[in-house]
Design a protein around this ligand. Structure first.
Ligand code: 13P
Length: 256
């Protein structure tokens, strides 16, 4: 299993100067953990290049929050994986806000996944169920559908460049994180599904997302099926984000 991954999804926050100030602060706080944990910042596209530049040589990586699947063309407002290739390391796709507010489909995500991999980006695919689906006991069905459709037709080598973020929608921005046991059990199901898709499924990290804080990170990170976190609100606060990264580093360095 590769080292844990903690990604900070800034969503649509910060002006460019604010984002750069936060990056400087993060560099200061995250420096001690950059070896033990793969730390990725996902700033808005407008400041991605500047943040990447500011992080150069630190071991902390950048990723985009979204991209379209074509290399270029008449897609007003979009950016492409080929524009990110060579300097931006990660690409997040399928966040529930993209699915719900911008109508992204599983089929589109499959195209985006293939496009990102073609340009050698490390991909994070987000999946997760709504509250209604959760309450109706449909979590497994929904997550299975999302994964099967997005992963359809991928090359076996994709496993080495893929992470899955399980983000139950009811836990995002609500302050109501999934319990460690619940998250671990859904993520175990995801692990089994991946084993059926890839010979090398052990390479795929599975991250938990949804109201991760410095307070709940230790109990989440110590679950056997959780290999990192996709953090929203808490990633906007450098000290708190650093404590989440620290929790992941601690699990990594504590012998089982
Ligand atoms: P919060 O951590 O703010 O709940 O957001 C989670 C998320 O959507 C990360 O992608």
């Amino acid at each position: 299993m590769p080292k844990p991954l903690v990604a900070g999804n800034w969503k649509m926050h910060f002006t460019v100067p604010e984002g750069l100030r936060v990056t400087e602060e993060l560099l200061h706080h995250l420096h001690p953990y950059a070896q033990a944990v793969e730390v990725v910042l996902l700033p808005p596209a407008i400041m991605l290049w500047e943040v990447a530049h500011a992080l150069q040589g630190s071991g902390i990586l950048v990723g985009a929050q979204n991209a379209w699947w074509a290399d270029q063309g008449p897609f007003t407002g979009e950016i492409s994986p080929s524009m990110l290739a060579g300097w931006c390391h990660y690409l997040l796709i399928g966040h529930s806000e993209r699915r719900q507010l911008f109508g992204e489909t599983d089929e589109e995500l499959n195209r985006k996944l293939k496009a990102g991999l073609k340009h050698h980006l490390e991909m994070i695919l987000a999946v997760g169920e709504t509250l209604e689906e959760h309450d109706a006991g449909r979590t497994e069905e929904v997550v299975t559908r999302q994964l099967r459709a997005a992963l359809f037709g991928l090359e076996p080598a994709a496993a080495g460049h893929l992470s899955i973020a399980y983000e139950p929608i009811w836990a995002i921005g609500t302050g109501r994180a999934a319990t460690p046991d619940y998250a671990n059990s859904v993520m175990g199901m995801i692990r089994e599904l991946l084993a059926g898709e890839f010979a090398d499924a052990g390479q795929v990290r599975i991250l938990y997302g949804g109201s991760v804080t410095a307070a709940n990170a230790p109990s989440l990170m110590e679950q056997p099926n959780i290999h990192g976190a996709l953090v929203g609100g808490a990633s906007l606060k450098p000290e708190e984000f650093a404590r989440i990264v620290q929790a992941a580093a601690k699990v990594q360095t504590t012998p089982a």
